[in-house]
Write a protein that binds this ligand. Structure first.
Ligand SMILES: NC(=O)c1ccc[n+]([C@@H]2O[C@H](COP(=O)([O-])OP(=O)(O)OC[C@H]3O[C@@H](n4cnc5c(N)ncnc54)[C@H](O)[C@@H]3O)[C@@H](O)[C@H]2O)c1
Length: 257
């Protein structure tokens, strides 16, 4: 029996990358998966695909009505979508600030707003939000993205404490470097991908970049009954990056031998 047998699970931002890997794993764990995204999915996954801009209130409300009309319930809401933006504050564009906050934060609020009433009626449900390593610590390279991912954790914790007494859990994952189209598009020097990936790896105690499936398995854990006593937490999936304060390669002691 799968970890999500017969659960109705919505994945917002499931067309590619971490969202697609999670939707696929949810299907293999027995869930009835509904994917929503602004892009067409890279592969067919789940029972239903809904094209939408998850930062638009009417589209999200319509999507929730369609899901609840078809399935009559929602057990898992996974808000995965997000966009990256690298710019120092003096050079940044205020319109981009609004766009990042709308896509990364407002989308999570809108989906929670649309699906929570059904979870409250059911007195059950698990919500998983997408934060980032950049939602736990400050970073010089992408302060606006970073702020949006901190906001996601605040929203997550507030939902967790507000609805725990009704059997509704809410958590977030905070990935480090995961090999997806977003990561590759954000690399500063795309001509020398191997060099840049090598420099990124030097910051990670596990000394490698992760695959999307390694985030998916943590999301499925949080969504499932295996995490029945876990709510209000941000779970790093970062190869140990947040466990210490030095670059990952400084912890290695093989150079002492
Ligand atoms: N890749 C990493 O290293 C990494 C690290 C930390 C956090 N994250 C976060 O993980 C999430 C997934 O990232 P990814 O690397 O798989 O990125 P990705 O760009 O490959 O996937 C993001 C998905 O969100 C969808 N999306 C974007 N805007 C949307 C909108 N307005 N409405 C509906 N769907 C929309 C995209 O179409 C895409 O399918 C993001 O929130 C990202 O910030 C990624």
């Amino acid at each position: 029996m799968g970890k999500l047998e017969n659960k109705v699970a919505v994945v917002v931002g499931g067309a590619r990358g971490i969202g697609l890997a999670t939707a696929r794993l949810m299907v293999s764990e027995g869930a009835r998966v509904i994917v929503a995204d602004i892009l067409e999915p890279e592969q067919d996954v789940g029972e239903l695909f809904h094209a939408l801009d998850a930062s638009d209130v009417d589209s999200v409300d319509q999507f929730a009505r369609a899901v609840l009309g078809e399935y009559g319930r929602i057990d898992v809401l996974y808000n995965n979508l997000g966009i990256h933006y690298s710019a120092q504050i003096p050079e940044s564009d205020p319109d981009e600030f609004d766009r990042v906050m709308r896509v990364n934060v407002k989308s999570h609020y809108l989906a929670a707003r649309a699906f929570l009433p059904a979870m409250i009626t059911q007195k059950s449900g698990s919500i998983v939000f997408m934060s980032s390593h950049g939602g736990i610590a400050g970073r010089p390279s992408d302060p606006i993205y970073n702020a949006s991912k901190h906001a996601v954790t605040g929203l997550m914790r507030s939902i967790a404490v507000a609805y725990a007494h009704l059997g509704i859990r809410c958590n977030a994952v905070a990935p480090g470097a995961i090999d997806t189209p977003m990561l590759r598009a954000a690399l500063p020097d795309r001509q020398n991908v191997d060099d840049v990936m090598g420099a990124l790896t030097a910051n990670i105690p596990l000394a490698r970049i992760a695959q999307p499936e390694e985030v998916a398995s943590v999301v499925v854990f949080l969504a499932s009954e295996e995490a029945s006593y876990v709510t209000g937490h941000v779970i790093p999936v970062d190869g140990g990056r947040m466990a210490g304060v030095m670059p990952g390669n400084r912890y290695r002691t093989d150079h002492l031998n």
